[in-house]
Design a binder for this molecule. Sequence first.
Ligand SMILES: *Cc1c(COP(=O)(O)O)cnc(C)c1O
Length: 475
Amino acid sequence: MTIQEKIQKPLTPPEYQVTFGEFIGIGPNGNLWVDGCDVADLANRYGTPLYIISENQLRQNYRAFRDAFRAHYPDVEILFANKSNNGLAIRHIMNSEGAGGDCFGAQEMYMALLAGTNGRTLVLNGSNKQTEELELAIANGLCVNIDAMDELDRIDEVARRLGVVAEIGIRLKLDLEPLTGRMGVAMHGPGTLKQQSDSTKWGMTREQTAEIVKRAQAMPSVRLKETHFHLSRMSNDPADFAVMAREMITWSGYLRDHTGWIPPCIDIGGGWTFGKWYGTGPNSQMDDQNAPTAEDYARLCCAAIKDEAAKLGLPLPKLRLEPGRALSGPAGVAVGRVGAIKEGATRKWVNMDLSTNHLSWAAVLDWYYHAVPVVDAAAEPTEMVDLVGPLCNSDEVGKHRRMPALARGDLVAFLDTGGYTESSAARYNAQLLPATVLVTGSHAEVTTEREQLKDAIGRFRVPAHLLAASFAPQD
Ligand SMILES: *Cc1c(COP(=O)(O)O)cnc(C)c1O
């Protein structure tokens, strides 16, 4: 047990009329509440569009994952995928839970370090790491997961220059033969799970991995720490994850036989889903209460790891995993305010100030976010509407939604939007990025300031010859 865990308070969810999550539901006045705060109050106080994150829900989601895996495995570390929500406050919450993290790029790593995260609990992933990135990672003790043949030499050079020992992992290109006939959730294009996995830029072959290990063994400034794989969002079936986890161990057997090195740690990445009774996730294959839980994943993956290790006579490695959306997703709500309402011959459009800039997965991945009215949240739906944003494209945030009659000024909330919303928000049509409010019990506080016009235009420059020309008198 870590120091953080010893001082952790147990989480006590409020009582709701209808529960959307432990800390999100319909409160005593019939409105949508996040923990102890009425979402209508928050929207009036902080403006819209608004992201709201529940601190306690985030902690709850983390602990559910941690405890599920710990119940099935002796040595587990949970690394939060920082990219799913880069907020500094989010990282501080994860630190206080004792969670590590997965970083991509110098900025994400810098932000995690700025939040005080111990570099030893962070990994740096990436397919084309810059020298600046390697320096920042190695100087701060991060494990660098190698994903290119020339990366080892570059790491060795930096480590020797800094006079430290660099910890490394290797990202694998698993064979995944058992997934040859398996279809995924079609978020990664057509093809079977194996074809999808094979077609990504990620991972090193067996021969390449063995070569990197052999060369690293001869480098005093480099310490081999783990193998890594990330199945991504290709599948929501925990059995597919168990195939992947087993193959990590098969690969360890190959490395033992070819190099003598047995990975003391395997990092099985992210891609873990979550489901809700009202449905969320990829529109074509929505996750509901039948979606796997952390417990399902843990039971199947840990059994596969133990079984394969026993077969091959390998010691059980430390197990790391990198959940992102499963932790951050259900911790957040996005709120927009209704403006113009238009009725067509066959449709009704409800315009909001919240757009696919703010929920980009709705546009890019055809993601379904459940929408509820904020006031009188349990009101019976009476009509079918398209919830749209202000952008110049069709900007459908919620297509064909059954809602009660909405009027200008009403508030609509989209649930389970805590992951990949703020961190992938865009400024298309020169829209300003929303604020984020963190709710803790009945306390709310801004953790991301709303963007101002100066933030959006401040980077633009006009060359001298255009400055004068655009004001020249016309003939
Ligand atoms: C994106 C990513 C994750 C997190 O994925 P989720 O689907 O949010 O769980 C974890 N590890 C790596 C390497 C990733 O690229």
